[in-house]
Design a protein around this ligand. Structure first.
Ligand code: ZN
Length: 113
């Protein structure tokens, strides 16, 4: 087992307690509808489902944790390990849960039409 595979297996073990359909605003795994985990690769944030081995890119600089990793040292190695782990996952389009219906506009309640 490569270090990347070990990291993915460890993440999958932690993901057993995941909450299905928990919307974190960054999409859900299209296979199991879990929010998964995220890792930083430099300033980019990637979400991944370690169970289904899927990944999707959420964006860049969404969270400041990548700066903390940079400050803590060893960021280059950490991000390389994260990238290697993401390589094992399929790049997918995440599921975006539908937004709750918005309340009707106030005008309609007065029957002006
Ligand atoms: Zn999944």
């Amino acid at each position: 087992m490569t270090p990347a595979e070990a990291q993915l297996a460890e993440a999958a073990a932690r993901q057993v307690s995941r909450v299905p359909f928990e919307d974190n605003g960054f999409g859900l795994c299209p296979h199991c509808n879990c929010a998964g985990h995220y890792v930083n690769v430099h300033r980019a944030q990637w979400f991944f489902c370690a169970v289904c081995r899927t990944r999707w890119r959420a964006g860049e600089n969404l969270f400041s944790s990548w700066r903390d990793e940079l400050t803590a040292g060893g960021a280059k190695e950490l991000w390389a390990a994260n990238a290697a782990m993401l390589e094992l996952c399929e790049n997918v389009e995440p599921v975006i849960p539908p937004s709750p219906p918005s309340p009707p506009p106030a005008e309609e309640e007065h029957g002006t039409r």
